[in-house]
Design a binder for this molecule. Sequence first.
Ligand code: NAI
Length: 319
Amino acid sequence: MASFAAGCVVIVGSGLIGRSWAMLFASGGFEVKLYDIEQQQIRNALENIRKEMKSLEQAGSLKGSLSVEEQLSLISGCPSIQEAVEGAMHIQECVPEDLELKKKIFAQLDSIVDDRVILSSSTSCLMPSKLFAGLVHVKQCIVAHPVNPPYYVPLVELVPHPETAPTTVDRTHALMKKIGQCPVRVQKEVDGFVLNRLQYAIISEAWRMVEEGIVSPSDLDLVMSEGLGMRYAFIGPLETMHLNAEGMLSYCDRYSEGMKRVLKTFGPIPEFSRATAEKVNQGMCLKVPDDPEHLAARRQWRDECLMRLAKLKSQVQSQ
Ligand code: NAI
């Protein structure tokens, strides 16, 4: 381990999310061992991380206090999972979203780990009670769900199994803070966790309004990007209520009847029919044609915007 390393973290699965985690842990000074079933994926990941870190440095957006070379020296590939987990304090699983595959990986880890290491999954929507069922080390298991792209979007949802030890949640929370992420504790597991439940509620009403011809797809998106989203980057919906009156109680006194009236007009879960999907797609393609080049360019633009927003937020928060 490099003499300045804060501890060792293992990443299982070196794809999109595994690479981001590796960069974040290295930025926090942790030694990172990358494991993947495909050796070529590890090589690709190491190359891709080097490029990414260099361009982040040029843009002045590299995280942490270590130099690029110091951070890169902390990350290495490991051909064997057994070897990788030796001496690790935290294992972050990042294999594809497939319950049986993830269960197989956790069963394998369960048979080789000690009683201290944390076993954490990046799953977007698999329930901890299914993922970690029957494991000997279930007290050490947790979901730490990042948001794409994790290097610029700091939220991590921590979702315990009903038998996860409180110290596992506390240690994971502290680790996420140490690498500059923003962990939130989901106190009971629920399908979709919190972020996707909120996201799906928004998508659901957006879809209904476009389907019913109330607003065009592009104007619907403007309502979020030029309206609600402007505040939501800084304050959430509950604080918005608190600030939009003389505190939350006053907001509820003034607006709860109106909210209930409107909420009663919400329709059933959309079917996401082909006809509406085509209508929405037409609207989206006016701005971003759905070929790989245009989509990739727009994603890059989005990531640059997020990087700048992250900088602005850190300036605002340090004031
Ligand atoms: P990916 O497909 O980019 O990477 C998966 C990696 O796992 C590949 O390198 C693959 O070779 C490797 N792998 C497959 N089987 C393996 C095994 N048995 N042992 C070791 N490595 C194995 O997937 P991605 O997008 O990185 O997703 C990983 C996890 O992160 C998923 O659970 C996903 O739901 C979650 N996630 C993904 C987000 C996204 O936007 N892509 C956002 C938040 C979470």
